[in-house]
Design a protein around this ligand. Structure first.
Ligand SMILES: Nc1ncnc2c1ncn2[C@@H]1O[C@H](COP(=O)(O)OP(=O)(O)OP(=O)(O)O)[C@@H](O)[C@H]1O
Ligand SMILES: [Mg+2]
Length: 166
């Protein structure tokens, strides 16, 4: 059932590239949950998704905006980028965002969404980003471990391991 892989991503540029390649697997109705501590690289990955999906507008870390819709420039799905960091628990508090309305035609990517948005879809892609715990020098590499877990029938047979840049 589903699909699973874990990758090492050495740099922000490679995190962007991973997002670009992941975009190639995504289609309308896909829900992507990004988890990981502050500064893990969730927005960096989403920026790559935006490039890969060919959407309008730069993906940023919103200060006040909780959800931003980036329409497609290439006739594909819009990217709905949600930062749920400031939202309390439960789908109730997300209801004003009308994600259920936009999801069928969009790719919905949610940072800090665990426990808040799972009810939106039967299937979802969970992406967990973790920093290595080794001390790294200021100029040294700062690799991330990225675990992708496709849950539900949508992700059956999807080769997530092929996302590794090699
Ligand atoms: N291997 C790496 N992958 C991703 N980002 C990295 C990596 N190494 C360093 N970085 C840096 O880490 C930071 C990640 O920031 P980003 O805004 O993407 O994190 P975030 O998970 O969205 O944080 P927040 O929870 O605050 O929204 C960036 O400054 C990026 O340049
Ligand atoms: Mg972020």
């Amino acid at each position: 059932m589903g699909s699973y892989t874990t990758l090492t991503v050495p740099t922000p540029e490679r995190m962007n590239g991973l997002g670009e390649r992941l975009a190639g697997l995504l289609r309308p109705g896909d829900l992507v949950l990004l988890s990981g501590e502050l500064g893990a690289g969730k927005t960096t990955l989403t920026r790559g998704l935006g490039v890969g999906l060919g959407v309008r507008g730069a993906v940023t870390s919103p200060t006040f905006v909780i959800a931003r819709v980036h329409p497609s420039l290439v006739g594909g799905p819009a990217l709905v980028h949600v930062d749920a960091y400031r939202l309390g628990g439960g789908l109730d508090e997300m209801e004003d965002l009308d994600l259920d309305v936009s999801l069928p035609e969009s790719v919905v990517v949610v940072e800090w969404g665990e426990g808040k948005v799972e009810d939106l879809s039967e299937s979802r892609l969970e992406v967990r980003i973790e920093r290595g715990d080794a001390e790294v020098s200021v100029d040294g590499p700062d690799p991330r471990r990225v675990t992708l877990n496709g849950l539900g029938s949508r992700w059956d047979g999807v080769d997530l391991a092929a996302l590794d840049a090699r």
